[in-house]
Design a protein around this ligand. Structure first.
Ligand code: SDX
Length: 431
């Protein structure tokens, strides 16, 4: 942490307190309030953590005002254009871009760990066929904590490494199995002669009755979607993984907690909700009705895929995905996809509406990802599982950073108590 002698003075009831100010390598300064309660007997209050830095990190940086996203200092548009998902995984995990030999070794290691323990198939059998794939992912990933005992001692760097590779390698297999299970098709095993994205597409769309050739343009678009969702600072699901892991819990169980949090429609579930919203709007002429609903304080409806806690200008990932959407839909000959027409018109109308301009609401990563995934043949229920498998490397990288920090403490927020003051128990006959 960049140290500094600068301090902020806080005066409470005539008493002055000096709070150290730390300056980051990028982004806003932070006030160190770790000793505030001990010195001043007060808590800070920040539900939703809109102004709170929960940790220091070197992995990802977001500039919400400029609409910038860096992974280990490299801007997301360059990574999306020049790199690929497994290289970005290496970058997030180890902090630097690999040499050709390092990348080859890493990709080979991941490829050779894509199978899951054969007995894990039994876990799928317990779900109803109409179970949401995210429910299955939470269950099966949590169940990994009962299988891989040789990679759960988090104090052992080697076991942390093994758990990391296992999760990155097996998440696509588990996500594809969740999809196959819900559509009643047999599971398709991974193949070591395919790259990561092609393997996932084949595990989802191949059937025993005929060969499945992966379209390289779709594989590239899939890989780009993985890359754009890989990590995103201390978002809700990453913070969930950090908090769960701070107690020393099993890493597989902690990732399952992250999957559960990501499922929410305000977070990773927004891609499914966004596409369902576009389908509900249906035609361009119905957009004004939904814009009015989004502005109506008495209507809980929100434009899914719009707005962001941090980005207040543009989500750089949406910019890249918008290009991919055009490429993929043109390739598939569905550039006139009515959903894409509604999406593009909705974006244009929303961005010219004073309400959205004033509240700085614009398309986020979830706005275009759903359109691409639907065009690729995925049902909306598979959108968030794909987000989850992409984000696993981010969760794991943040987990490793926290667990390997000797200063790590269990997370234990306090509260502003507004409940009853002390009172005696009343016997039932006296109530
Ligand atoms: C992701 O954190 C991350 O990094 C997340 C993520 C990642 O990669 O991990 O980027 C992935 O989760 C992207 C966000 C996906 N969610 C959605 O698209 C759901 C729709 N968006 C909203 O739910 C909302 O914008 C949030 C949750 C994304 C952000 O909410 P905030 O920052 O807590 O803002 P807010 O809810 O306090 O809203 C501020 C104002 C409110 O109006 P006022 O009370 O000030 O009058 O803006 C309004 C809101 O009503 N508003 C919207 C809106 N989002 C906010 N109004 C209409 N439509 C919307 N989408």
């Amino acid at each position: 942490m960049a140290d500094t002698k600068r301090t902020a003075k806080l005066t409470i009831d005539g008493n002055d307190y000096e709070l150290p100010i730390f300056s980051p390598t990028a982004g806003p300064d932070v006030l160190d309030i770790r000793k505030l309660y001990a010195q001043a007997g007060v808590f800070t209050y920040d539900p939703g953590f809109t102004s709170t830095a929960s940790c220091d990190s070197t992995i990802t940086y977001i500039d919400g005002g400029k609409g910038e996203l860096w992974h280990r200092g490299y801007p997301i548009d360059q990574l999306a254009g020049k790199s690929h998902y497994l290289e970005v995984c290496f970058l997030l995990l180890y902090g630097y871009l690999p040499t050709a030999d390092e990348l080859e070794d890493f990709e080979s290691l991941v490829t050779r760990h894509t199978m899951v323990h054969e007995q894990m198939i039994n876990f799928f059998r317990g779900f109803r066929r109409d179970a949401h794939p995210m429910a299955i992912m939470v269950g099966v990933i949590g169940a990994m904590s009962a299988f891989y005992h040789d990679s759960t001692d988090i104090s052992d760097p080697w076991q942390r490494e093994v758990a990391s590779i296992r999760l990155i390698a097996k998440l696509p297999t588990i996500a594809a199995m969740a999809y196959k299970y819900t559509i009643g098709q047999p599971f398709v095993y991974p193949r070591n002669d395919l790259d990561y994205a092609s393997n996932f597409l084949r595990m989802c769309f191949a059937v025993p009755c005929e060969d499945y050739e992966v379209n390289p343009i779709l594989a590239r678009a899939m890989d780009r979607i993985f890359t754009l969702h890989a990590d995103h600072e201390q978002n809700a699901s990453t913070s969930t993984v950090r908090l769960a892991s701070s107690s020393g819990a099993n890493p597989f169980a902690c990732i399952a907690a992250g999957v559960a949090c990501l499922w929410g429609p305000a977070h990773g579930g927004a891609n499914q909700a966004c596409l369902e919203m576009l389908k509900e709007i249906g035609t361009v002429d119905r957009i004004p009705e939904y814009i009015a609903r989004a502005k109506d304080k008495d209507d809980p409806f929100r434009l899914m895929g719009f707005g962001h806690r941090v980005y207040k200008n543009t989500d750089p990932r949406a910019t890249v995905l918008k290009q991919s959407a055009d490429e993929v839909l043109e390739l598939l000959g569905v550039e006139n996809n009515p959903l894409l027409q509604v999406a593009k018109e909705l974006e244009k109308v929303a961005l010219s509406d004073p309400y959205f301009v004033e509240k700085k609401l614009f398309p986020n990563v979830d706005f275009y990802s759903g359109i691409i995934l639907e065009a690729m043949g995925f049902p909306t229920s598979m959108f968030t599982p794909i987000f989850a498998l992409s984000r696993t490397v981010g969760w794991i990288s943040q987990w490793k950073e926290m667990i390997s920090d000797p200063q790590m403490k269990i997370g234990r927020p306090r509260q502003l108590y507004q409940g009853s003051t002390l009172r005696d128990y009343m016997d039932i006959e006296d109530r």
